[in-house]
Design a protein around this ligand. Structure first.
Ligand SMILES: *[C@@H]1O[C@H](CO)[C@@H](O)[C@H](O)[C@H]1NC(C)=O
Ligand SMILES: *[C@@H]1O[C@H](CO)[C@@H](O)[C@H](O)[C@H]1NC(C)=O
Ligand SMILES: *[C@@H]1O[C@H](CO)[C@@H](O)[C@H](O)[C@H]1NC(C)=O
Ligand SMILES: *[C@@H]1O[C@H](CO)[C@@H](O)[C@H](O)[C@H]1NC(C)=O
Ligand SMILES: *[C@@H]1O[C@H](CO)[C@@H](O)[C@H](O)[C@H]1NC(C)=O
Ligand SMILES: *[C@@H]1O[C@H](CO)[C@@H](O)[C@H](O)[C@H]1NC(C)=O
Ligand SMILES: *[C@@H]1O[C@H](CO)[C@@H](O)[C@H](O)[C@H]1NC(C)=O
Ligand SMILES: [Fe+2]
Length: 472
């Protein structure tokens, strides 16, 4: 090789190591969808290394005749190299002229005249929410290394099995590692599912670096709180995603913890107002660290004075179990423990079965499940002896499915990846009579176990709802 050849080889090696050096990166990557601010709107998010316009070309029938533009923000990793990327967002609304139509398969690609992505597609929900019985894959704790559940999720998602995917915290392990390259690689890998259905998220402890900056910058959840807490609706379900991490990373400040608690109470209050609950009878919360678990580790969920459940001691600040009980939350989905666990209907370590034979039909307390076994390099967690409040456990890698049947019936399944996709748990959550509150909530409020609720006792003049009505 001549000296020019050597020079260019050395230059290229240096470039390869630095991953930048004059090369331009206009190609869109890390494409993913989410639900936007307005119900059923779709946000398309992607990244480029260098600044470009933010354009989505889309259309039904395979022709990309419609154009929508958005904007980008510069995201700088907190590491030494200060690696940067532009994160682009474009929102498609039903209200836009000629824009989204219900029950339509849209094809799209993203980018700018400097480079276009591959063509992806998504399907819009039916116009009448009552006609929509969405199917959702839900899990937590899926990393870059050993993402065991990903191949099965790719096959199912691309075959149209799901309407959305929910990731309940702990992404990539960790998104900030190697100057943020682990996060980039993770986002490229989930593009194979997240570019087809909304990929809705909850923050976990592995996102804590730089005050959760990667999580806050990379996703596009609704609401003003940078993906940390928000709610969204899917058919008859009102989902509430919130940060359990505010309870543990107190050195980032109390302010957001206070704000979140106020927001949670207000959101629950609105969602459980008869006018809303009649239309969306199911309330499901999404939080990363559980209140209850029976794993053989000393995590906070094994402790009676768990911070989320009991509140931050000694004053029991921001306790969530009573709050969720008071507003009749139906299902609380958690992760963090690398296993699957389903509890009996539970409040304050007491089981409140609907009846002995049918514990999940008209249960008298929320049901908790832990779904943190999607796959990461930390391997699975094992268990202590079975407590009286726990119903089913498994340390297999896998993920859960929520299938809405109607306003009274939800079906939940746990898929084992270790057993080649076998369904190892299959159960129904049933509310035959529409209900806002659990029976004891009234008494709790009387007994003043909930200081903040006392003044608001009149929110519900009436504990029963009229029969579920057909909605638009
Ligand atoms: C593209 O981005 C790289 C890395 O941020 C930077 O060094 C380079 O100057 C940019 N090039 C252009 C043309 O903007
Ligand atoms: C962390 O971010 C929140 C906003 O989400 C902000 O209120 C808080 O002050 C930040 N904490 C630190 C230590 O920067
Ligand atoms: C129903 O929920 C919406 C938000 O989804 C809220 O704006 C409205 O105030 C709620 N209705 C009631 C009566 O609380
Ligand atoms: C939970 O139960 C314990 C005793 O088992 C009781 O001391 C405590 O007050 C209860 N907490 C609530 C919020 O009811
Ligand atoms: C709840 O129901 C399950 C299933 O029938 C049963 O094993 C358990 O003992 C029940 N718990 C209580 C407190 O009734
Ligand atoms: C709701 O779905 C369940 C399960 O598919 C079914 O048995 C029930 O009849 C349905 N109820 C209504 C009102 O359609
Ligand atoms: C509660 O609300 C239902 C439906 O609006 C109504 O039929 C019933 O009479 C109310 N009960 C009381 C005690 O107000
Ligand atoms: Fe975790």
């Amino acid at each position: 090789m001549n000296s020019a050849g050597w020079t260019s080889l050395v230059l290229w090696s240096a470039c390869f190591i630095a991953l930048s050096c004059g090369t331009v990166r206009y190609q869109p990557e890390q494409i993913h969808l989410s639900y936007g601010e307005k119900e059923r709107s779709i946000v398309i998010t992607w990244s480029t290394g260098n600044e470009t316009d933010s354009v989505v070309k889309y259309g039904g029938g395979g022709q990309l005749l419609q154009t929508k533009t958005g904007s980008s923000t510069l995201f700088v990793d907190g590491g030494q190299q200060k690696a940067s990327q532009y994160i682009h967002r474009v929102t498609l609304y039903y209200e836009d002229p000629d824009s989204l139509q219900p029950e339509t398969k849209y094809f799209y690609h993203v980018g700018s005249d400097r480079g276009w992505s591959a063509v992806y597609w998504f399907v819009t929900p039916p116009e009448k929410l009552n006609d929509w019985a969405p199917s959702i894959a839900i899990y937590g704790d899926m990393g870059n290394v050993n993402a065991q559940s990903l191949p099965r999720l790719q096959a199912e998602t691309q075959a149209g099995v799901y309407d959305a995917i929910i990731h309940v915290g702990d992404f990539a392990y960790n998104m900030d590692d190697y100057e943020g390259q682990v996060g980039d690689e993770f986002m490229r890998q989930i593009e194979t599912i997240a570019a087809y259905v909304p990929y809705m998220t909850t923050v976990g402890n592995h996102e804590s670096a730089y005050n959760f900056s990667h999580y806050r910058a990379r996703f596009s959840m609704p609401g003003p709180y940078e993906n940390m807490f928000f709610s969204f609706n899917m058919g008859p379900i009102h989902f509430i995603s919130f940060s359990t991490e505010y309870y543990y990373y107190l050195h980032y400040g109390f302010k957001m913890l206070v704000k979140q608690y106020e927001w949670l109470e207000n959101d629950l209050k609105e969602a459980s107002h008869p006018a809303n609950r009649t239309v969306r009878p199911w309330i499901i919360t999404l939080g990363h660290r559980p209140m209850y678990c029976s794993n053989k580790d000393d995590d906070d969920c094994t402790q009676i004075k768990n911070r989320l459940r009991y509140g931050i001691t000694p004053l029991r600040l921001f306790a969530l179990e009573d709050l969720f009980y008071k507003y009749g939350v139906d299902l609380e989905v958690w992760a963090h423990e690398h296993s699957y666990e389903r509890m009996w209907p539970l409040h304050n370590y007491t089981v409140y079965n609907g009846s002995y034979d049918r514990p999940y039909t008209n249960p008298e307390a929320p049901v908790h499940i832990v779904v943190g076994s999607a796959g990461c390099q930390e391997r699975v967690d094992h268990f202590n002896p079975l407590p009286h409040w726990s119903a089913f456990r498994s340390s297999d890698y896998g993920y859960s499915r929520i299938k809405v049947h109607n306003a009274t019936h939800l079906n939940l399944q746990q898929v084992s990846d270790d057993l080649d996709g076998e369904i190892i748990d299959d159960w129904w959550l049933v509310k035959e009579m529409p209900r806002i509150r659990f029976p004891l909530a009234e008494k709790m409020m009387e007994d003043d176990h909930l200081p903040s609720s006392r003044s608001r006792r009149d929110d519900f003049s009436n504990n029963s709802l009229p029969p579920v009505v057909q909605i638009r």
